[in-house]
Design a protein around this ligand. Structure first.
Ligand SMILES: Nc1ncnc2c1ncn2[C@@H]1O[C@H](COP(=O)(O)OP(=O)(O)OP(=O)(O)O)[C@@H](O)[C@H]1O
Ligand SMILES: [Mg+2]
Length: 156
């Protein structure tokens, strides 16, 4: 007799959200609030909520500050955010831009690395995103844009 055990854990998200907005600094706070409201359905702790707000801020600020800095037509400078959560409490947030891209992702992820020394940036954004989540993935292509995927288990 052959018994086939099926994976009963659904890979389908139980909820999802998508939003797109122009690179205005007011939208950094807006995106933080939208994602906080979205994940509040999972009953997060104060610290989980604060961690998520911090990482969203860092990722969206990078789109606003770096992604479109050499692009003259700012009307096409948009940030795309999508979020999903699963029955096991996993939250996945994707923050994408279609800007200049990152040539060397490994180097960009190093603590204290910044290409924007004039603005006295500390080069700690990716390090913060990495330490406040369970998993950080960065995909980028020069001239095409960047996608940051943040994963964290909430409310368990
Ligand atoms: N979305 C993006 N598009 C293009 N380049 C990016 C993007 N995000 C990050 N980078 C590059 O990666 C570098 C490191 O990013 P990180 O967020 O760690 O530091 P920072 O933004 O320079 O400083 P901080 O986040 O501490 O203010 C940036 O200086 C920039 O060169
Ligand atoms: Mg940054």
């Amino acid at each position: 007799m052959v018994i086939i055990l099926k994976n009963i854990v659904s890979t389908k998200p139980i909820n999802s959200i998508k939003c797109v907005f122009p690179i205005k600094s007011v939208n950094e706070g807006l995106s933080r609030m939208i994602i906080a409201a979205f994940i509040s359905q999972l009953d997060p702790t104060v610290s989980e909520l604060s961690d998520m707000k911090t990482v969203i801020s860092e990722a969206v600020t990078n789109c606003i500050v770096h992604a479109y800095k050499d692009i003259p037509d700012k009307s096409k400078a948009l940030v795309y955010i999508s979020g999903e959560y699963y029955t096991d409490g996993r939250v996945i947030i994707k923050i994408k831009d279609k800007g200049i891209g990152i040539e060397n992702i490994k180097q960009a992820r190093e603590p204290l690395y910044t290409t924007d020394k004039e603005s006295e940036r500390s080069g700690m954004g990716f390090t913060i995103m990495e330490s406040f989540t369970d998993k950080l993935r960065v995909y980028s292509k020069k001239g095409k844009g960047t996608t940051v995927v943040l994963e964290k288990r909430i409310g368990l």
